[in-house]
Design a binder for this molecule. Structure first.
Ligand SMILES: [Zn+2]
Length: 180
C-alpha cells in the first residue's frame, strides 16, 4: 500500500512534466489547464477517493478519528495503522481489490510508454492474473530492468529464476548476469 504514495507522486511528477508555462502546485488547484492528461488526473483522484473512503469506513466502524486532511500520506498512514482490521474477513476482499485497481490505473497513467515494456506472461503470484512486464529501471542506458505486474507485484532479480520456472518468458539472454 505504501506504493500508492509513490504512484501518487509519480502521477504528480508526470503532470508537472506535462505542464507548460509557469510552475504551480498541482494539488488544490482546479485551474490546471487543458494540457494535463486526463488519465493521470483521474488516477490521482481515484487514489485519494479510495483511500479517503476506506479511512471513513474505518473511522466509523472503529469509532476512531480519521485523518483530518485529504492528504495521501496521512490517509495511507491511517489505513496502515488499521491494516489488521482492514484485512479482516469483513473488508479484506473489497479493500485489497480496490487498492490493486487504483494502483494499476495509476501505474498505467504514470508510465504510459508501452514500447519500453515487454509482456512476459501471467504474474505467478497467488490469485494474481495480471500481465507481467519487464521495463527499464533507473537510467535507460544502464540496461537494468525491473519485472512487475499490472497489479503491483514487484519481482526483484533474485526471484527471476522462480518466475522463469513458473513459465514467464524472461528476456534473460542479454541480461543473464542479472539472474545470478
Ligand atoms: Zn501480480
Amino acid at each position: 500500500m505504501l506504493e500508492l504514495i509513490e504512484l501518487y507522486e509519480e502521477c504528480e511528477h508526470s503532470l508537472q512534466r506535462a505542464r507548460s508555462g509557469p510552475r504551480e502546485r498541482v494539488s488544490g488547484s482546479r485551474a490546471i489547464g487543458i494540457s494535463l492528461r486526463e488519465d493521470v488526473v483521474t488516477a490521482r483522484a481515484d487514489i485519494l477517493g479510495v483511500l479517503a473512503s476506506w479511512a471513513g469506513t474505518v473511522a466509523e466502524a472503529r469509532n476512531v478519528t480519521g485523518p483530518g486532511r485529504r492528504d495521501v500520506r496521512e490517509l495511507v498512514r491511517f489505513l496502515a495503522d488499521n491494516l489488521d482490521w482492514l484485512l479482516g474477513p469483513a473488508t479484506a476482499g473489497d479493500f485489497t481489490s480496490e487498492i490493486i485497481e487504483v494502483s494499476a490505473a495509476a501505474r498505467r497513467a504514470a508510465h504510459p510508454d508501452p514500447v519500453l515494456r515487454t509482456a512476459l506472461g501471467v504474474c505467478p503470484a497467488p490469485d494474481c492474473h495480471s500481465t507481467l512486464y519487464s521495463e527499464p529501471a533507473g537510467s535507460r542506458t544502464t540496461g537494468h530492468h525491473r519485472i512487475r505486474c499490472d497489479a503491483g507485484h514487484d519481482w526483484p532479480p533474485r526471484q527471476w529464476l522462480l518466475l522463469a520456472r513458473a513459465g514467464a518468458r524472461l528476456p534473460l539472454t542479454s541480461h543473464a548476469g542479472a539472474v545470478a
